[in-house]
Design a protein around this ligand. Sequence first.
Ligand SMILES: [Zn+2]
Length: 321
Amino acid sequence: MAPSPSGQLLIGVDLGGTKILARAVDPATGKAQGRVKHVTPAGPAAVLDALVDTITKVDGWSEAAGVGIGVPGFVDRHGVVAKCPNIEGWDEPVAVAAELTERLGKPVVVANDVNCGVVAEHRLGAGRGQTNLLAVFVGTGVGGGVVINDTLAVGDRGMAGEIGHVTVEPGGRPCGCGGFGHLETYAGRAGIDREARRRAETGGTELLVELAGDGPIKSRHLARGLRDGDPTTVELLAEAADALALVIGNAAALLDLPRVVLGGGVVDKLGQPFLDQIAASDRFGGFGPDFVELVAADRIDDAGAIGAAVLAADQLVGVSI
Ligand SMILES: [Zn+2]
């Protein structure tokens, strides 16, 4: 859809597992004003109360044409949030968009938080100018989103873009979703963490496990292991790059994508050399690396809240603004 004209304001909200962040955003430029934070409470009823409280306190609320909210869960096209594994006590579907539209008296659009980040990259970041785009975020897991003909693909069950659960190795490492051999078990930090510990216990090097101490292996530990030439780190990141190369190349062939944006903690920390390693992988899928350009995400500040506002502006065109 066409970007909204400049000068309008929407409230963009990033609902996270620990905090709620709301800003007033001009969706045409991504410029934001006002900033209100709130601790995320337990249970959907308390979360909805906290959202109303946070949104109505943002400087710009009275002029705002609507609200966009990114949530860490599956969201269908009607703004029903199936469940939020990162929010305590949110196990049942809640019609967030309908309820908040009623309570706030302005239209509310709700979307998956990763998809909001994808919209921010597409409209304002490294994917600017692309009609079709895949963005992949490599962090604890691997998330992603797909834009087709300038419109975010949501899917029938709100699961479009779940690239972390594409199979790269049938019967391979177990995934948190119950499947096996999924991309995020090879490229996500939690999957790398599990495998690094398994290898350390079975004769592999122990540097990553030592660096992590009592906590999980972090992106900076991976960067350090790579810098020190630790064999386990080098192997695991080569496997991660291979898995990403296979899936990204295949997705580019399927959707005819000239550019794929990569972000998330692992990519941010390892930087361009990791993108180059993915491009150089001999497991690159589809038509190979010459067919698709891999670009680092722009790391837009408050991308989740800003992307939520942009998405809401797109969906509310012709309704209220
Ligand atoms: Zn999975």
